[in-house]
Design a protein around this ligand. Structure first.
Ligand code: NAD
Ligand code: IPM
Ligand code: MN
Length: 359
């Protein structure tokens, strides 16, 4: 088969991790007999520099007409003083919205070989961690009404609005229940229903929808407690379904307890087969251009692409197994290094994964 993939290297370490991932996908194509056609497009800070806009129309068009989108990261200090809609991050939000990608799947799995990299106590890590965060991606406070009021008793003020409709909650909850059915049949809905009206609607919609899924256990947790429970007893979680912002925060936390933010992949999905695949981390300006970035989160995101957009399960597993093998052979980038392991850079990590794939 032939697959067209729009690639968005973006900024900072984005191009470095995308480069290694393209090599991996090409190798998978070679081994399994698929043709992968990559088309690189501009988004983020680099697009601002080259076109004056973070998300050129052409980028949206090419992504829309591709079979999948692979994104590195956008943003960096160079563009931090631009106003909201001109910032690099707008590109990401704009793409998610334009492509209708409302379900962000972020699996946090602790690889046995990476136990030492988790900051959690060994008796907690020993039991293994396997959580799937299902984050709502095109609603909530990220997309609500926002603005500024010049006059006020305490000076100028600014506001962002958290708002969810029944339909928006229903579709993300359905995604979560469906995913739970293929896992351990437990959904924890995380909200702030003791304070927020939008959370109260969120909770009631999920309770209603859960009647369609009597085989899946549902519980509810407030976000503050969830942040704590994730550290105290991560094994209690199977699928976590939550809002755009809570999901953003909880998934960074989940990544760290499983070793590093450099390990956690994601898939952003809508109604069709088109998806966008990206690591959950950002452009890491502090290590950009130094061959230090861990490419595994992006490489594992490409495995999710093969699985969800192309239905190539065997090929996805091949990538995941190759990553696992390299970790078992004790190779580590700086973010996951521990005593007795061999430190490698971005390129070498990519090469080792390619080598495993070819075996
Ligand atoms: P970040 O994820 O870029 O970096 C946080 C820390 O984690 C840094 O110390 C960084 O070096 C480290 N890190 C991240 N990815 C790593 C990897 N693959 N290997 C090794 N270490 C890694 O978050 P930040 O510093 O808050 O944000 C930097 C920029 O990235 C900002 O402009 C932000 O808006 C943007 N951002 C973009 C995305 C995205 O494009 N999806 C996601 C998050 C942040
Ligand atoms: C992520 C990022 C983005 C988000 C930013 C860069 C807009 O943090 O993908 O997790 O908050 O969704
Ligand atoms: Mn984030």
């Amino acid at each position: 088969m032939r697959y067209s993939i729009a690639t968005i290297p973006g900024d900072g370490i984005g191009p470095e991790v995308i480069q290694e991932t393209i090599l991996v996908l090409n190798k998978v194509g070679e081994i399994f007999g698929h043709q992968m056609d990559f088309q690189e497009v501009l988004a983020g800070g680099i697009a601002i520099d080259k076109t004056g806009m973070p998300l050129p129309k052409e980028t949206i068009e090419i992504c829309r007409n591709s079979d999948a989108v692979l994104l590195g990261a956008v943003g960096g200090p160079k563009w931090d003083n631009l106003s909201g809609d001109k910032r690099p991050e707008r590109a990401l939000l704009g793409l998610r919205e334009a492509l209708g990608l409302y379900a962000n799947i972020r699996p946090a799995v602790l690889y046995q070989a990476l136990k030492e990299a988790s900051p959690l106590r060994s008796d907690i890590v020993e039991k293994g961690i396997d959580i799937c965060v299902v984050r709502e991606l095109t609603g909530g406070i990220y997309f609500g009404d926002r603005g500024r009021n010049k006059e006020g008793k305490m000076g100028e003020s600014a506001y962002d609005t958290e708002s969810y409709s029944v339909g928006e909650v229903e579709r993300i909850a359905r995604s979560a229940f469906e995913i739970a059915r293929k896992r351990n049949r437990k959904v924890t809905s995380v909200d702030k229903a003791n304070v927020l009206e939008s959370s109260r609607l969120w909770r009631s919609v999920i309770v209603e929808l859960s009647k369609d899924y009597p085989d899946v256990a549902l519980d509810h947790m407030y976000i503050d407690n969830a942040a704590m429970q994730l550290i105290r007893d991560p094994q209690q979680f199977d699928v976590i379904v939550t809002t755009n912002m809570f999901g953003d925060i909880l998934s960074d936390e989940a990544s760290m307890i499983t070793g590093s933010i450099g390990m956690l992949p994601s898939a952003s999905l809508g109604e069709g087969s088109l998806g966008m695949y990206e690591p959950i981390h950002g452009s890491a300006p502090d290590i950009a251009g130094e061959d230090k970035a861990n490419p595994i989160a992006t490489i594992l995101s490409s495995a999710m692409m093969l699985r969800f957009s192309f239905a190539l399960e065997e090929e996805a597993k091949a990538i995941e197994n190759a990553v696992m093998k390299v970790l078992e052979n004790n190779y580590r980038t700086g973010d996951i290094i521990s005593k007795g392991m061999t430190l490698v850079g971005t390129k070498e990590m990519g090469r080792l994964i390619l080598q495993e794939l070819a075996k």
